[in-house]
Design a protein around this ligand. Structure first.
Ligand code: G1P
Length: 289
């Protein structure tokens, strides 16, 4: 059983300034649901019952999202024109514990995960990077958890990327053992010429608690930040770490283009909007050709 999911959400979102001046990127909607809600739903679907958010005091609206907004609720009910969506009232079910920890210095993803050590305890845990939105029939973390149940090793989700983009990702070098992808090495954001492969780390991990030993001593690496990738690189000298090629489509919602693509494709899939949206796009295409 993996109980805990860690969401590092303290990042400054500089690529989306000026919007992120007051709205954290994790609160950006895909249609009408914020990215953080997609992340929560995925972790709950994989069985998590304790959600740990590593946030920053400069982003109060993340915590606000979890509080009741009784004033708005009562106004909407009184006006009775609007059907209140279920997850307006329940962001998480009542049996799920949410823990918020401030990471007030942007020291990197590795440092963010280290901040969760006491909350996680001596157990394997999920890490979910909210920027990476994954559309799939079976939620990505659940796919990974099913793999973990058979092998009990740390798992990192990966996908093939164009070789010229390796400097945006952690990159792994793999070998196959009994049909399992075992990671031999991992490096954070290498230039294409130094990249050991074109298999990139996507923001879903299951980590054994041993990672905390390495994070505690981890020096700053790429970008002068404490990198999770560097700690994983040490972990795999002591434990097998598997790479997991998930079934699904990833949208890099940390980039403007990726975010736009996600809105368009989720819009087209939407029961409520899909048909009208498709008609609109086809008409637009006709007009412009
Ligand atoms: C982080 C990780 C990187 C990984 C990426 C996936 O980088 O450090 O290894 O490939 O997430 O989205 P970031 O995008 O936060 O710079």
């Amino acid at each position: 059983m993996i109980r805990t999911a860690v969401f590092p959400v303290a990042g400054m979102g500089v690529r989306f300034l000026p919007a992120t001046k007051s709205t954290p990127k994790e609160m950006f909607p895909i249609i009408d649901k914020p990215l953080i809600q997609y992340a929560i739903d995925e972790a709950l679907a994989a069985g998590a019952s304790r959600l740990v958010f590593i946030t920053s005091s400069t982003k109060p609206s993340i915590k606000d999202y979890f509080s009741d907004n009784l004033k708005l609720e009562s106004r909407l009910t009184k006006a009775s024109k609007i059907q209140i969506p279920e997850d307006f009232i329940d962001v998480v079910p009542s049996n799920v514990e949410c823990i918020f920890i401030n990471q007030d210095f942007p020291l990197g993803l590795g440092h963010a995960i280290l901040c969760a050590e006491n909350a996680v305890g001596d157990e394997p845990f999920f890490v979910h990077l909210v920027d990476d939105l994954i559309y799939s029939e079976e939620p990505c973390l659940l796919q990974m958890k099913n793999h973990f149940d058979s092998y009990n090793h740390s798992i990192i989700s990966v996908e093939k990327v164009p070789i010229q983009e390796t400097s945006k990702y952690g990159i792994v070098e793999l070998s196959k053992a009994n049909n399992i992808n075992v990671i031999n090495s991992i490096v954070e954001k290498p230039d294409p010429i130094d990249a050991p492969s074109d298999m990139a780390v996507v923001g879903r991990y299951i980590l054994t608690p041993k990672i905390f030993n390495f994070l505690a001593d981890q020096e700053k690496g790429k970008g002068n930040e404490i990198q999770l990738t560097d700690a994983i690189s040490k972990l795999l000298l002591e434990e097998q770490v598997h790479a997991f090629v998930f079934d699904g489509i990833r949208y890099d919602c940390g980039s403007k283009l990726g975010y736009l693509k996600a809105n368009i494709e989720y819009g087209l899939r939407s029961d409520e909007l899909g048909n009208d949206f498709l008609k609109y796009l086809l008409a637009l295409k006709k007009e412009s050709s």
